[in-house]
Each structure stands twice: as C-alpha cells, then as structure tokens.
Design a protein around this ligand. Structure first.
Ligand SMILES: [Zn+2]
Length: 237
C-alpha cells in the first residue's frame, strides 16, 4: 500500500514538473514573439540586428512595419558597393560591425553606419557603385560626411555613401542603376569643404528608412555581409 502511494506521488511530481517546464517554455516563447511583434523600425534592437540571418529567418514574427522595410531593402539591394579588382587581388576591403560605436568629431556621437576600409590606404583608387537602382537625392559636401551621395531607391530606402574622393559623372536628380559607378573611395570630411586625410581611406555606408516620415538609420553590417557574393569586378590597380 505504502509503495503504491509513493509511486503515485512520484508520478504526480513528475507530471507537475513536466507541465511547469512546458508552461514556462510556452510563456518564454510567447514573450519573445511579443517582443518581436511589438518592435517598430525605430526600436534599438531592430536597428542593431537589421538583416541578420536570425531576423530574416524569423521575419514572419516581425511587425508589419518592420517586415515591410526588411523586404524593401532585400528587394532593392543588388550589389556590394565596392567592386573587386580584376587586376590586383590584394586590393581587398574589410569591415566590422561598429554599429553605435562612439565617434568623437567635435562632439561625441554614435556611429550610424558601417565603415568599409581599404586594404591599400590610397584615395581615389577603389570605385564605389550604387547598391540599388534609384535617384540621387543628395550630392555635395557635408562637414561630417565629406563628399557624399544620397540615393533613394524605388521603394524609398535611403542609401548614404560618405567620404568619397571624387564623383563619377553624376548630378543631383539623376537616376542611377544598381552597379553604376558613383565615384571613388576617399578620406574626405571632418572639416570645411575639401578637407581630406583626417582618417584612413574608407567608405562609410548608411541605410535609412523614411517610412514613418522621419529618418531612422539601421545597421548596414548584415546587409553588406549578405551582398558579398554579389560583388562586381572592375579593372583597377
Ligand atoms: Zn563611418
């Protein structure tokens, strides 16, 4: 009799722990889904993890607004912005995820983009091409960005290319095709018009949403990683 009771008790304990684990898991999963669904384009976690493999895998769980912007960027982004050299394989580029790293030009700010660094620190050497089709909505000098280009894609994604050395034959208002030459990588910026050499040669790339009527930057790092196998070849050395 006693043995049967003990057995029943054990079974009850086992059942209880099984269901509480299951319950906790369900709650956790529901919580995570809620967090994903509740995100807006301006949520720090959405901006930071933007286009990461995990986010793309779970995009069905995102809010409509976040899913839409992800899809627009996926559809409009065609090429990696720096073509490879068909003449010199040592002319590589490198970049890390430096989203929101501290920058201190004049006053402290946070890095809202990705810096694609040139293996050879020579201004005017590496070509820069447009990631997407679009219209040139901004072109000219910015104290921080130097010679910069802003391109608005057909679905309204804003691509920002900064610190160029020089421009290709383009003007504000022109339409461009993905892969079209925009100019050459440089080290312009951080000063009055024409300032060069304040830092190493690189392309600063920014990606912005205007979907809500205000400018919101997202981390370009994961998008760039995904575009690496869509890199054009240009002849330069
Ligand atoms: Zn930068």
């Amino acid at each position: 009799m006693r043995q049967i009771k003990a057995g029943k008790l054990l079974l009850l304990v086992l059942l209880f722990s099984f269901f509480s684990t299951l319950g906790a898991r369900c709650l956790l999963e529901a919580g995570r889904q809620n967090t994903l669904t509740a995100r807006t384009v301006s949520s720090p976690s959405y901006r930071q993890d933007f286009y990461s493999p995990e986010m793309r895998r779970e995009q069905d769980l995102l809010s409509e607004e976040c899913r839409t912007f992800l899809r627009q960027v996926a559809e409009d982004s065609v090429y990696f912005p720096v073509p490879a050299s068909s003449l010199d394989s040592s002319l590589t580029v490198s970049y890390v995820d430096s989203w929101m790293y501290e920058r201190s030009y004049r006053e402290k700010s946070r890095h809202e983009g990705t810096d694609i660094m040139a293996a050879r620190n020579e201004r005017g050497l590496y070509p820069i091409v447009s990631i997407s089709d679009g219209t040139i909505t901004n072109l000219g000098w910015l104290e921080l960005g130097g010679w910069r280009i802003g391109i608005t894609s057909p679905q309204g994604v804003y691509y920002y290319y900064a610190h160029l050395d020089s421009y290709a034959d383009i003007a504000e208002g022109d339409t461009v095709k993905a892969g079209q030459l925009l100019g050459f990588m440089g080290d312009s910026g951080y000063g009055p018009e024409g300032t060069k050499g304040e830092f190493d040669v690189h392309l600063h790339l920014g990606i912005y949403s205007w979907g809500t009527g205000e400018e919101i930057s997202v981390n370009p790092y994961y998008l760039l990683r995904s575009l690496e196998d869509r890199r054009l070849k240009y002849q330069y050395s």
